[in-house]
Design a protein around this ligand. Structure first.
Ligand code: AMP
Ligand code: MG
Length: 437
């Protein structure tokens, strides 16, 4: 297959046919996982509406503008230790350096006074370095005799234990770039700059509903042939973990009127619509027909396991357009297709300049059967072996309906398109769940 290049999404909206024409080797009946990601990267337009939120509410949001430091952090040279501030040039290398203590510098205020040669100032962590002093001797190293301290030779270099003005951030320097997700560290950084608010992109609204007449909502009495709707809860968790807003539309009956109403209501409010069920080949239901009627939608067979069928497109409603992800119904297939395709697409919708999830390398503790020509995702448990190396074993039953194996697993072993069988001890790639699945 020809190598594909990731093209940046265009600001103009392309039809599905136009996107398909740009992708070399596009075959809706046998799409590689890579093709799917490339297709979606062209389909999804980021939400470009900004809002300003108090920093305490900014966690997990995506920065809409570059942030330039209004101040330097730290704002002064200061001490990294409790000890004695001195001139590094006065340190002796052959015998102890005696220095007379002429005052104490506390954090929070500048010490007022002059320090002559042969003198030092007792200093606390975070206190401003008195003028002319550039080195701090930690108090543990010091012998005190009356108002004189003695510094053993050879333990200190000039400049030790001093934090420099602006060593974290210099005023005028770019502190964070647009597209950064505000994680705890980034929120802390903005706080350190004294910024009480952040300009972030509006959170995309993601509407979700489950389809299928055999699907029971929680609270309904069990009946023969029916299963409870677990997809609604796994998808909700994954959407919320990303930081999107969820519009929970429950279960929609397999009737044209109910489906039409649901798709229209979703397209009116949401930036993306996720559904599960009813997209497999030979489905005797109305979901696919309704998607086709209401939107520009492609029905794919993806060379992957689990999760072969998927519908993708756009549903227009007035001047709004929502991206559609019609996921298969099987509970594990839903989670895998979400992790592999929907998640990166929603990240793009969020304006998040995210890196793809890093894949860990771990040695397989067992032989794995794998056919080249499709990407397989197996549920794995990563642990450390006696030698301290990462190893991965698969959870027992890999059936695409077996949700308990997703709970046991802490990652997905990703066996790439071209890969064949795996032998015991071979290294495989693992996508760690890390809180997102
Ligand atoms: P489908 O893709 O509609 O053919 O569904 C495939 C399998 O997934 C069937 O066994 C369904 O019963 C099951 N399934 C579909 N939707 C859900 C759901 N929302 N929750 C749990 N299982 C589901
Ligand atoms: Mg079905």
């Amino acid at each position: 297959m020809a190598a594909l290049t990731m093209t940046t999404p265009l600001s103009t909206t392309l039809s599905l046919n136009e996107i398909a024409e740009r992708l070399q080797g596009y075959d809706p009946q046998a799409l590689s996982a890579r093709h799917v990601n490339d297709f979606l990267a062209q389909l999804v337009q980021p939400v470009r509406e900004q809002e300003t939120v108090p920093l305490m509410q900014a966690h997990g949001r995506i920065l809409a503008q570059d942030v330039v430091s209004p101040i330097s952090v730290p704002p002064h040279d200061n001490s990294a230790m409790d000890g004695y501030a001195l001139r590094g040039a006065e340190l002796r290398s052959d015998r102890p350096t005696p220095l007379k203590v002429v005052g104490t510098a506390f954090a929070g205020a500048a010490w007022q006074g002059n320090v002559n040669s042969g003198e030092c100032v007792r200093i606390m962590t975070g206190a401003i370095m008195p003028p002319g002093l550039d080195t701090v001797a930690p108090q543990e190293l010091i012998k005190v005799e009356g108002d004189t301290v003695h510094l053993p030779p050879g333990l200190l270099q000039p400049g030790d234990n001093r934090r420099l003005l602006g060593e974290d951030l210099m005023a005028g320097q770019a502190a964070l770039h647009a597209g950064t997700r505000l994680n705890p560290a980034a929120c802390g950084l903005l706080a350190s700059l004294g910024l009480p608010t952040a300009s972030v992109w509006r959170r995309p609204k993601v509407a979700y509903f489950s389809t299928g007449d055999e699907i029971l909502s929680l609270g309904e009495a069990p009946r023969e042939g029916a299963v409870y709707d677990s997809n609604r809860y796994t998808v909700a968790g994954m959407v919320l973990a990303l930081g999107c807003e969820l519009i929970d539309m429950g279960v929609v009956r397999d009737e044209p009127a109910a489906l039409e109403h649901a798709f229209m209501a979703a397209a009116e409010q949401a930036d993306a619509i996720v559904t599960s069920g009813g997209v497999s080949v030979g489905e005797a239901d109305h979901t696919k027909a309704m998607m086709k009627k209401l939107g520009d939608v492609a029905f794919w067979r993806i060379a992957m396991r689990p999760g072969r069928p998927m519908a993708v497109g756009r549903i227009q409603r007035g001047d709004r357009s929502a991206v559609l992800f019609g996921l298969p119904g099987n509970p594990v297939a839903v989670m895998v297709t979400f992790a592999a395709f929907v998640r990166p697409a929603l990240q793009q919708l969020m304006g998040w300049q995210a890196q793809p999830l890093p894949l860990l390398k771990a040695r397989s503790t067992e032989a794995l059967r794998k056919k080249p020509g499709r990407t397989e995702y197996q549920r794995g448990i990563v642990s450390t072996n006696a030698a301290g190396e990462l190893q991965v074993s698969i959870t027992g039953n890999q059936g695409s309906g077996v949700l308990s194996s997703m709970v046991q697993a802490n990652g997905l072993i990703v066996l790439g398109h071209a890969q064949g069988n795996v032998a015991v001890g071979d290294e495989v790639d693992v996508m760690m769940f890390d809180g997102h699945l």
